[in-house]
Design a protein around this ligand. Structure first.
Ligand code: FES
Length: 177
């Protein structure tokens, strides 16, 4: 579901606009809409998710209708339409991974983080969700973390704990330095 609008004006930084321009140049004149998907990825990396205001701003940049952006953003599940944690733990829940414990891993993450699927922890660091096959079926259970999409395979509850602790420590060190 699309998020409600808020009143904060959205602005794209100059370097982001330069990246947009470089992508648009790859396509014939008048076909700038073809740049929509890569631009949405850039925008999501910048803002963490795609609010209606952000999508409207993308539409304005590309000189297309807002609905054309909404159609794309709501079709592809890799786009977040609500705020997410800094780290989004995405667990494959397709059949082969479920057979080797994906549901158990998701339950463990839910208990460990204390939030349900698609909710954000109070410190803003984590959210999690189940996703479909990420093409590592022989290494399940599998988890990926965006926006870099690092993969973690053969997951165990202990491994998940180490991963979460590691990310938390990394965040603490980065915010102190
Ligand atoms: S079923 Fe999980 S990676 Fe393919």
């Amino acid at each position: 579901m699309l998020s409600v609008k808020n009143n904060e004006p959205i602005t794209f930084q100059e370097n982001l606009i330069h990246q947009f321009d470089d992508i648009v140049k790859r396509y014939p004149e008048g076909r700038q809409k073809s740049a929509l998907l890569p631009i949405l990825h850039l925008v999501q990396a910048e803002f963490g998710w795609l609010s209606v205001d952000v999508m409207d701003k993308v539409a304005e940049y590309l000189s297309i209708e807002s609905i054309e952006v909404y159609e794309v953003a709501t079709f592809y599940t890799m786009f977040f339409l609500r705020p997410q944690g800094k780290y989004v733990l995405e667990v494959c829940r397709t059949g082969p991974c479920c057979l080797v414990g994906a549901e158990r891993i998701m339950k463990h993450i839910e208990n460990r983080l204390g939030v349900k699927e698609n909710e954000v922890t109070a410190d803003g660091l984590f959210s999690w969700r189940g996703i479909e096959c990420v093409a590592a079926c022989g290494m399940g259970p599998v988890l990926q973390i965006g926006p870099e999409y690092t993969y973690y395979e053969h997951l165990t509850e202990e491994g998940v704990d180490e991963l979460i602790d590691g990310l938390r420590n990394k965040h603490t060190i980065n915010t102190k330095s």
